[in-house]
Design a protein around this ligand. Structure first.
Ligand SMILES: NC(=O)c1ccc[n+]([C@@H]2O[C@H](COP(=O)([O-])OP(=O)(O)OC[C@H]3O[C@@H](n4cnc5c(N)ncnc54)[C@H](OP(=O)(O)O)[C@@H]3O)[C@@H](O)[C@H]2O)c1
Length: 323
């Protein structure tokens, strides 16, 4: 099988297409013929070397990618999934076998969940990792229905999915985003879209004079906005490098890596995706065959778009044929 790999950290120029042995599933594992894998901010950091200290136990070639969609190609012993089943899944790319940006990936069966074959399987790859992170964040906040939640970076992939999950949980979502993202965020379920600039505070105080009950910090600006959470409220940071240190609040950092084998939550995400509660979002002009991975990473790094850049793999038909 072929994978998008890199041997040293650097720009997208260091990416290569490499032939690797076909993975063989062990007990409790599945091999998935990958339909699509996303490029998330963490993949850019992995390639750029900002995660090098987390990768000292690994040897190249490295493979990025934390989420994927595809078809089960082979199932190991003690796995209920059958070949041909369409699935979405998550993986920690900082493991010896690498991440999702490969034609085939071997993961614990508990890291994938079935989805209907009828949907847009490539687009479905844009959901599981950030939805799982969003779920962990909302569980950390443990806000009762009717509570108010500020989501910063509401227009990002994580922000989009947090807004949808929070709305489903009965929270009143306030999100900050640029004016051009307003319509999208309202459609996703935000009750109010707040400005990204200094207008944020007065707009928020108009709705929640004492501050919001909780904060999910998708824009990594928690240190600047934590005073907008009421005394005794809760806040979640999504990068350990960007903690929210506000003594008035209960705050913490959540990491999706801890939940990569959380079958209950991953299956719930697949259900929410199929039920239309969570929506996939592929960036316009953001679909690249994996052979153009360098171009795809360049687009992802440049930013300025909405939705996720995805790499597609051409063994989709092969996976389905095994069913
Ligand atoms: N801890 C974990 O396990 C975990 C898991 C998933 C993601 N994350 C992290 O969570 C963060 C969000 O992920 P993502 O995939 O959604 O990233 P993303 O797609 O880059 O989205 C970030 C969004 O924030 C917006 N933004 C930047 N500055 C802002 C500001 N001052 N006010 C409002 N919005 C602002 C950006 O808009 P522009 O594009 O206009 O700049 C962008 O829409 C990333 O840092 C990611 O690394 C952590």
């Amino acid at each position: 099988m072929k994978a998008v790999t890199f041997d040293s950290f650097g720009s997208p120029d260091v990416l290569r297409i490499t032939d690797l042995p076909d993975p063989v599933p062990g007990p409790g594992e599945v091999v998935v013929a990958v339909c699509a894998a996303t490029i998330n901010p963490t993949d850019l950091m992995m390639l750029g070397g900002q995660q090098a200290r987390l990768m000292t136990h690994l040897s190249p070639p490295f493979i990025a990618g934390m989420e994927f969609s595809g078809h089960v190609l082979r199932a190991g012993p003690r796995v209920a999934l059958v070949p041909g089943q369409a699935v979405i899944g998550v993986v920690n790319p900082r493991r010896p076998q690498g991440g999702a940006q490969a034609q085939r990936i071997c993961v614990p069966a508990v890291s994938v969940a079935p989805v209907a074959a009828s949907g847009d399987l490539a687009a479905a790859a844009t959901v599981p990792m950030n939805a799982l992170t969003g779920m962990l964040a909302l569980e950390f906040l443990a806000l009762p229905p009717g509570s108010s939640l500020l989501v910063t970076g509401g227009a990002g992939q994580l922000g989009n999915l947090v807004i949808q999950l929070a709305q489903e949980a009965g929270l009143k979502v306030l999100a900050n985003a640029a004016e051009q993202d307003r319509a999208l965020l309202l459609e996703l379920g935000a009750v109010t879209v707040l400005p990204r600039d200094a207008g944020l505070e007065p707009a928020l105080r108009q709705i929640c004079p004492q501050g919001v009950d909780g904060l999910v910090d998708g824009a990594l600006i928690g240190a600047q906005v934590s005073h907008l959470v009421r005394d005794g409220g809760r806040a979640v940071s999504l990068r350990s490098s960007h903690p929210i240190a506000d003594a008035r609040l209960t705050s913490g950092y959540v990491s999706v890596v801890a939940a990569m084998e959380d079958q209950a939550r991953i299956a719930r995400i697949a259900d929410l995706l199929q039920g239309g509660v969570l929506s996939p979002r592929v960036a316009p002009q953001g679909v690249f065959p994996f052979t153009q991975a360098a171009e795809a990473f360049r687009m992802a790094a440049q930013g300025g778009f909405r939705g996720r850049v995805i790499l597609t793999f051409d063994n989709d038909q092969e996976g389905r044929n095994h069913g």
